[in-house]
Ligand binder design. Structure first.
Ligand code: SF4
Length: 169
């Protein structure tokens, strides 16, 4: 069944959708996962501590960025992550933010930093990123319009998911 409620697409919903469509649906209904999930807690600690000195968390339409640096006329959006596991989800979220800023006239690029692995992954927008994101947003809007969540499917991602208890407890 489809309902008429409008759900604003945010960076967090994009990330959740790439991780698991069911997660995005649950999140859109304000159903809160396990906040004490160890994986998430460590992630929060890393993003809160690692770049403490130059942390400039900013809010943009649909989400927030860990750190923003300005070099000349270019903005660099930096996200910090605990691990490169499931990095595709973080990359898509960052691409969403970059596109939002680009639409507002900013020159932007991104970086994903994984301090524990001493990795910096540059993220630059391409035409295929832009068209992929339009496709993802359309699919996500259709999913969120459904009155029921997608059927749960076990995957290795479930172990690190804040909805583990809710789905499988
Ligand atoms: S626990 Fe698994 S099925 Fe449930 S939302 Fe998370 S990833 Fe999806």
């Amino acid at each position: 069944m489809v309902n008429n409620i409008f759900f604003k697409i945010t960076g967090s919903l994009i990330q959740a959708y790439i991780y698991c469509p069911r997660k995005a649906w649950l999140m859109s209904r304000q159903i809160v996962g396990d906040q004490y999930n160890e994986f998430l807690a460590i992630g929060r600690l890393i993003s809160g501590e690692t770049y403490k000195r130059d942390k400039r968390e900013i809010l943009i339409e649909g989400g927030k960025i860990d750190v923003v640096r300005v070099k000349g006329n270019e903005f660099i959006l930096i996200e910090t992550k605990k691990t490169s596991k499931f990095i595709e989800t973080s990359k898509k979220q960052l691409i969403f933010y970059l596109i939002q800023m680009e639409k507002n006239g900013f020159k932007v690029k991104g970086e994903i930093r994984i301090p524990k692995e001493k990795k910096v992954i540059p993220v630059k927008l391409s035409d295929s990123d832009r068209s992929d994101m339009e496709k993802i947003k359309k699919e996500l809007s259709e999913l969120l319009a459904s009155s029921n969540p997608p059927v749960k499917k076990w995957s290795r991602k479930c172990r690190n998911c804040s909805y583990l208890e809710l789905c499988w407890g």
